[in-house]
Design a protein around this ligand. Structure first.
Ligand SMILES: Cc1ncc(C[n+]2csc(CCOP(=O)(O)OP(=O)(O)O)c2C)c(N)n1
Length: 363
């Protein structure tokens, strides 16, 4: 039965072979798969550019997604227009698939964007504080229920998907979100990218059992999916989002993957993990396996890959060209983006600041 399986869902093996799963199948087209491969290649390029920009001093920090492209691209393609996404801080590929301009993320990590909650529309703001966003997402999902846009009678039912890491699953707030989601049967999908490490903390120290098995204790299904298999991720996330939209409540998805890069550009993974572990996971690369499959099927060839290289190179140039266009934040601007309508207290603080700044200029 779906959501009770002890086997990790996989539809494409690391060496690019399609395999059968009794519960899940990929329902998309070959064109969809080519699109996913393109998305993953561009996301990897964006990530490499952003990492390099941080090294050049253009960004304050960058959390790389390297290795997690399939988990993000596959799940993002299960999101429909009416759904809402609550990311953590590493979901650059989800953002790209949903059409969020890369300038938003570059600005956030350059410190030129205050990260206003409403400026990203359906893709909510990045969350650096571990474990906050599952509560936000669950509350939002409960709101969708109250608005009557969930369930079989809703015209265009909506759901929420929230991304968090394996480490976040240890956080109290996250477990409270699971409890509320279960109690209210909220239309929310908890998409946990188990990338094996919470900075230097390995998953074995975070959980005695596979994470997806915890879901049952909260009262909703948990599924473990090969997070480096974009077909399987898409199939499982489609199912979970459909359940949520249809009023069947929350699902926990454990996307079993690996962070191939550093936790952030401030981290040095050689201090806590072995290169042999990294090599082993490089053998399960999400992009390589889909490339192998599509090439073997005759869907793409070397010319396609060469053109893709060229597109990625051009995209990289565009990403770099974005940096000089990012306007620095002004102190006055910071006050104006806290609330839609400024409160009396905030307005008085803003005036106080402006007087202070003007006095400084006169001095
Ligand atoms: C409340 C809080 N505690 C601690 C931190 C510091 N911190 C940043 S990332 C991180 C680990 C998160 O690991 P995981 O949830 O597995 O996500 P990943 O970074 O692997 O994607 C920690 C402890 C934080 N940002 N917020």
């Amino acid at each position: 039965m779906r959501g009770q399986s002890h086997d990790m869902v996989q539809l494409l093996t690391p060496d690019g072979q399609r395999v059968h799963n009794d519960d899940f199948d990929f329902s998309g087209t070959t064109d969809d798969l080519v699109g996913y491969l393109r998305d993953m290649i561009l996301a990897r390029r964006f990530d490499a550019e952003a990492t390099a920009l941080q090294r050049h001093g253009e960004l304050g920090l960058w959390p790389p997604l390297l290795g997690q492209e399939a988990a993000q691209v596959g799940s993002a393609h299960a999101v429909r227009d009416q759904d809402v996404v609550f990311p953590s801080y590493r979901e650059h590929a989800v953002a790209m698939v949903l059409g969020v301009p890369v300038s938003n993320f570059l600005g956030l990590f350059r410190g030129t964007d205050g990260g206003n909650w409403d400026n990203l529309d359906k893709f909510k703001n990045y969350q650096i504080v571990i474990g906050c966003q599952p509560l936000h997402a669950t509350g939002y999902a409960m709101g969708l229920q109250l608005d009557g846009v969930v369930g079989p009678d809703a015209e265009d039912p909506a759901a929420v998907i929230v991304y968090h890491g394996d480490g976040a699953a240890s956080q109290g707030d996250v477990n409270e979100a699971y409890v509320f989601a279960a109690s209210y049967n909220a239309p929310v999908v908890f998409f946990c990218q188990n990338n094996q490490w919470a900075i230097s903390e390995p998953i074995a120290l975070q959980s005695r059992i596979p994470l997806y098995e915890r879901a049952r204790g909260f009262g909703f299904p948990g599924v473990q999916v090969d997070g480096n298999d974009v077909l399987a991720v898409k199939a499982v996330t489609d199912w979970a989002m459909d359940r949520a939209r249809g009023g069947e409540g929350p699902t926990f998805i454990e996307a079993f993957t690996y962070r191939l890069g550093a936790h952030t550009t401030s981290d040095d993974p050689t201090k806590y993990r072995t290169s042999s572990e990294e090599e082993e996971w490089k053998g399960r690369d999400p992009i390589a396996r889909l490339t192998t499959y599509l090439k073997a099927e005759g869907v793409i060839d070397d010319d396609w890959l060469d053109q893709m290289d060229e597109d990625a190179r051009q995209f990289g140039e565009d990403v770099r060209a974005t940096i000089p266009t990012l306007e620095p934040v002004t102190m006055d601007g910071l006050f104006q983006t806290v609330y839609a309508e400024p409160s009396v207290a905030l307005e008085s603080q803003r005036r106080e600041y402006l007087d202070y700044a003007a006095a400084g200029e006169d001095a």
